[in-house]
Design a protein around this ligand. Structure first.
Ligand SMILES: Cc1cc2nc3c(=O)[nH]c(=O)nc-3n(C[C@H](O)[C@H](O)[C@H](O)COP(=O)(O)OP(=O)(O)OC[C@H]3O[C@@H](n4cnc5c(N)ncnc54)[C@H](O)[C@@H]3O)c2cc1C
Length: 574
């Protein structure tokens, strides 16, 4: 574990040293062991029954969740006193990544261990945890999370579901409809958000057995056929007051803080999906012959393998870097204090912008990677016989749930502005010339950071608090901030890993970081130019070229090197 604590947004203000970031190359034997257990479980128990899962055999899904629990895979985030292991976020993300190969089962697992269990872990009383957590850890109960309603999705606090205290003060009576609840078809415990007296947004632990709780039919979805998605209908459901989760009127804290971790876990799932897609694409490209040669010998196909490897490398770098940042901060909290989970939540909230940023970057990277690997399959990629077809259908929703990518993008610059991330707090390290092995990449990063701060400062100067309403501009700032974090994570990972790597691996790290850099530069310049044009600042627009003067020499050789290695190994090479 790295020791230095890096605050949320701090990466924009100074040069970060590679020793400050946690990377997949830093995994301990314990991390690797649990990853291997998950891989074996998925390969042996889930992949062979994918068709049955797709056909909605949910009894089988629940049985497999219980087997998964027997292996300890539901214990990772839960506290020890209730039978959990309370392992670090790096472990939690690594298991999530490996679960991606389980396709829909991976989502079911993510929902149960994430938005299903975390509200109780973070906000439950000792009595509530005693009652439910052990059962959730053993998968004797399955969790679901019900925030969305037919009339309120992004506007989650606009919920219409009501909770009225009974005259004798023993129960709340819930009425309303929750929409699109994952796992709802077989869930036993629902975290349901409702407004007490139509005003105070609150969370309730609602058992499936409570009278009046009904379900709509399974939604007919584009993808995720093996995942249950239904309406949860509440018709005078009597919920004991002991089942209020957290404080009445403070449900928004639960809803949003749990979503931070949900977004982060989704990022990890996307890493696994990209590895899956890449392996399928690389193998198919070697098998498929056209014009008497394997299609993997064509530059057009090889470039896709190289680009997807680079996108996966960057996604992996951002996810585990954030895991390290959060783990470092959480490690400073005294486990013995009464309000441990209050402090814990503050620790995670510190990185709310990074969680949103990872959600956007990884879901879009997965979308691009899966699309390109489907293209490698030609017409066969469109056929259900190949896993890439399912990955393609299933992936689409990831840019919609856990907060749409628009909503997540809009959050990012605002959160940074509120943290006081602005040009006048810029560290001198951003003015000094970069040196060393990855100097060109680091020089570009410095220019990108200076440019972001100048654009953000000018936006605030121009619109003041009204900047929050300038959505088109905020989206460009979000894209710029996302590209900086992603590129920096990839480059620092490559630099750190190179220290102990073989010469051959060092070459691959240099090559992958070149591909990431060229790509990030293009996307950053696009966002920054659009931002400068929107705010009508000609001088800033003209300075973009100078601040991002990265040439990318050797790019073609780098792509060929990465493509060769990927094609040879027929999977992700790092
Ligand atoms: C398969 C699936 C599983 C799901 N699982 C769950 C679950 O387990 N629990 C749960 O609670 N929910 C779940 N959801 C719901 C999901 O979180 C919502 O669909 C999502 O938050 C978007 O809400 P919406 O569909 O109402 O879209 P809307 O909010 O109506 O958005 C429509 C469009 O408008 C944009 N938009 C909305 N507001 C703004 C704004 N202020 N500024 C700019 N653009 C805006 C959006 O980005 C989007 O492009 C699931 C959804 C799906 C499809």
């Amino acid at each position: 574990m790295v020791e230095k604590i890096c605050n949320g947004g701090e990466y924009l203000l100074r040069e970060i040293d590679c020793r400050e970031v946690f990377t997949p190359e830093d995994f301990t034997d314990e991390h690797k062991q649990i990853a291997e257990t998950t891989e074996q479980f998925v390969a042996g128990e889930i992949m062979p029954i994918n068709e049955e899962i797709e056909a909605k055999n949910f009894d089988l899904v629940v049985k497999k969740l219980q087997e998964c629990a027997e292996l300890g895979l539901m214990m990772i985030d839960a506290p020890e006193e209730y039978g959990g292991l309370e392992l670090d976020k790096a472990t939690s993300m690594l298991v999530m990544e490996k679960m991606a190969f389980a396709l829909n089962f991976g989502l079911t697992y993510m929902c149960h261990t994430g938005i299903g269990m975390l509200p109780l872990i973070y906000y439950g009383t000792a009595e509530q945890k005693g009652r439910y957590l052990g059962k959730l850890i053993r998968a004797e109960m399955i969790g679901a999370y019900c925030l969305t309603e037919p009339g309120s999705g992004s506007d989650a606090l606009g919920a219409k579901t009501t909770a009225i205290l009974s005259k004798d003060g023993t129960h709340y009576i819930l009425n309303g409809t929750k929409q699109f609840s994952t796992n709802s078809g077989f869930a036993d415990l629902f975290t349901i958000f409702a407004k007490v007296d139509k005003v105070h947004f609150s969370a309730f632990l609602v058992e499936r057995s409570f009278a009046g709780l009904g379900l709509g039919p399974e939604e007919k979805k584009m993808g995720l056929h093996g995942s249950s998605t239904r309406q949860v209908i509440l018709d005078n459901v009597r919920v004991p007051v002991e089942n209020v989760l957290g404080e009445v009127g403070k449900g928004h804290k639960i809803a949003f803080n749990v979503l931070n971790v949900g977004r982060f876990k989704l990022g990890a799932l996307c890493v696994g999906q990209q590895k899956y897609a890449l392996a399928e694409g690389a193998r198919y490209a070697n098998e498929r012959r056209q014009f008497n040669v394997p299609i993997s010998s064509f530059g057009a196909i090889r470039e896709k393998l190289a680009d997807v490897t680079a996108m996966t490398f960057a996604s992996e770098a951002v996810v585990y870097r954030l895991a390290g940042m959060i783990d470092n901060r959480l490690a400073t909290i005294d486990r013995g204090i009464d309000n441990y989970y209050v402090e814990y939540q503050k620790g995670i909230e510190e990185y709310a912008a990074e969680c949103a940023l990872i959600k956007v970057f990884c879901t879009e990277s997965a979308a691009g990677s899966i699309d390109e690997m489907l293209q490698v399959h030609g017409g066969y990629g469109y056929m259900a016989e190949y896993p890439i077809e399912q990955l393609y259908r299933d992936e689409r929703v990831q840019r919609i749930y856990e907060g749409t990518n628009e909503i997540n993008r809009l959050l990012i610059p605002g959160l940074f502005m509120r943290k006081g991330i602005k040009g006048n707090s810029l560290d001198p390290s951003l003015q000094a010339a970069a040196t060393g092995d990855f100097a060109a990449e680091k020089q570009l990063l410095k220019g990108m950071k200076r440019m972001y701060l100048a654009l953000a400062d000018h936006t605030v100067r121009l619109f003041g608090v009204g900047a929050a309403n300038e959505q088109e501009i905020l989206l460009t700032l979000a894209d710029a901030a996302i590209q900086i974090f992603a590129l920096e994570s990839a480059v620092l990972r490559a630099e750190k890993a190179s220290v102990t790597a073989t010469e051959k691996m060092q070459e691959l790290y240099r090559a992958v970081s070149k591909i990431c850099t060229f790509r990030a530069k293009q996307q950053f310049v696009d966002a920054a130019e659009k931002c400068a044009a929107f705010i009508g600042h000609d001088a800033l627009l003209e300075s973009i070229a100078a601040e991002t003067a990265y040439k990318g020499s050797g790019l073609l050789a780098a792509k060929r090197l990465i493509a060769d290695a990927t094609s040879q190994l027929e999977k992700y090479i790092f």
